[in-house]
Write a protein that binds this ligand. Structure first.
Ligand SMILES: [Zn+2]
Length: 489
């Protein structure tokens, strides 16, 4: 509380509530705007989340071996980065969510662990988090903290610094780009979102295929494999969001007059379809399945280990439900793909430029690859059916939600009508799985058609929270301020 001291106040929040905040706050002289004191309060939850991710990545607990220090090293690397981030806030820096696409240009982005897999399948964490502040951070401090000699025109000097910063190729998007900016995202990595998603999907697959009790320590209940599985099964969750932003995406800058930045640009159509294909690869049965050997190893949770938000929900009572885990993951992709604002941009952009994909073509392709695609059987068949039902759910929601633009609702409606007749034409005789799927889909469409404005589909199962802390929009307590004098986000 002593105004004379800047403080980093380490807080151990072991125990409930999990996933609490870390803060970087400033006390500011309201007369001058001068930052008088900074207080950083990092919480230990971030450690624990990273330790858990590392356990899933490394599956390090082979029998008889000493516990590796690599999990601790990764967690500490994250805390090092987080400390710099929160201190950046105390110095007046806001988030820059485009920094990850330019060589980790800022600690003010939210970093995803950089994971590489060597050809032998081992995991390389040598670059897991940045070890230094970034180029953008240095430019921001030069701009904000330079002193100029007497006689120097300060505004002109600041303009020159900004011009140089822009010439060096730095961009600055402080929020997440409103679902629109393909390069402004939290917890993404790399310059090419699609390539990064493909890479993560491939690493994820190999990790899942060998996932075992090596992910938990000796003496732990086998059921706790479920906790460690979450961050690996959902390894791609944030990169999916980043890739979805290319579809109906808008590159933009917060340009000011005559600064030379291009204010807006649509995403190239080929890039949008590339993003679409990458998203489709996240909802195939091949992507969503878990090995039978793993499923058999996860029993119901024992007394003293209640289920909670940190593990997958299910429809099967106490037993682990692999199809419900797939529901949460696939719903993540589809909720971004069939987002109402994205749909409105797809329509608008195609109206302005006929080369753009448009909403109808996107939904047509989506239906081709799901409901109207080739049937699958067995476990993969159930996963395919799950995805089909989710596609219909999100499509109905797109048409039903009165908050969506009416042109969006109309185009969704026309696709639903087409799908309805396609399904009705395929109903056969008998109590087959095919008929069960068709009747269920048709019943959902019937329910929707009774009262489109009031229809609300059952929500899909949600993923366990992944953000190191809290809910989207408030985590990281961005940097607001204990005394309320400054709020950024
Ligand atoms: Zn922050």
């Amino acid at each position: 509380m002593d105004i004379r001291y800047n403080v980093v106040n380490w807080v151990n929040r072991s125990g409930s509530p999990q996933r609490a905040f870390s803060y970087g706050s400033s006390y500011i002289d309201p007369r001058t705007g001068e930052i008088i004191k900074g207080v950083v309060t990092p919480g230990s939850d971030r450690h624990r989340e990273d330790y858990l991710i590392a356990e899933g990545l490394l599956q390090p607990y082979s029998d008889g071996k000493p516990i590796s220090t690599r999990m601790q090293e990764m967690a500490l690397a994250r805390i090092r980065q987080l400390s710099a981030h929160e201190i950046g806030h105390t110095l007046g820096l806001t988030h820059n969510f485009t920094a990850s696409v330019k060589d980790r240009a800022s600690v003010m982005d939210y970093p995803f662990p950089r994971v590489d897999m060597r050809p032998d399948g081992s995991i390389d964490l040598s670059e897991v988090y940045a070890k230094d502040i970034g180029g953008w951070d240095k430019r921001a401090i030069i701009w904000g903290y330079s002193d100029f000699a007497n006689g120097i025109d300060e505004n002109a000097a600041l303009d020159a610094i900004m011009k140089e910063t822009l010439a060096q190729g730095y961009t600055y998007i402080p929020d997440v780009g409103g679902m629109a900016h393909p390069r402004a995202n939290q917890w993404d990595d790399g310059a090419d979102p699609v390539a990064q998603l493909d890479k993560l999907m491939s690493i994820r697959r190999r990790l899942l295929d060998r996932f075992s009790e090596n992910a938990i320590q000796q003496g732990q209940p086998m059921a706790t494999i479920g906790e460690v599985l979450v961050p690996i099964y959902l390894l791609h969750r944030y990169q999916v969001e980043a890739v979805a932003k290319s579809l109906g995406g808008l590159y933009f800058t917060h340009a000011v007059k005559n600064d030379g930045q291009q204010p807006t640009a649509m995403v190239d159509p080929a890039e949008q379809w590339r993003a679409f294909d990458a998203l489709m690869n996240t909802i195939t049965p091949k992507a969503l399945n878990l090995p039978e050997t793993l499923i058999r190893k996860i029993p119901p949770r024992p007394t003293g280990y209640p289920s909670g938000i940190e593990i997958f929900n299910g429809h099967t009572g106490p037993s682990f439900d692999p199809i419900a885990a797939a529901e949460a993951a696939a719903a993540n992709t589809l909720s971004y793909l069939l987002n109402g604002e994205r749909a409105a941009r797809l329509i608008e952009y195609q109206a302005r430029d006929s080369r753009q994909p448009g909403l109808l073509a996107v939904i047509d392709k989506l239906l081709d690859k799901t409901l109207e695609g080739a049937p699958a059987y067995g476990y993969e068949g159930e996963l395919q059916l799950l995805v089909d039902n989710l596609v219909l759910k999100y499509l109905l929601a797109l048409a039903a939600d009165p908050k969506n633009a009416e042109n969006v609702r109309g185009e969704a409606l026309v696709e639903i009508k087409g799908l309805r007749s396609w399904m009705a034409g395929r109903v056969g005789a008998g109590a087959s799985k095919k008929n069960a799927a068709l009747f269920f889909g048709l019943s959902q469409i019937d329910e929707f058609e009774k009262s489109p404005d009031k229809f609300v589909p059952q929500p899909a199962l949600e993923m366990p929270p992944g953000a190191p802390i809290g809910m989207p929009g408030i985590f990281d307590a961005p940097c607001g301020n204990d005394n309320g004098a400054q709020k950024d986000f």
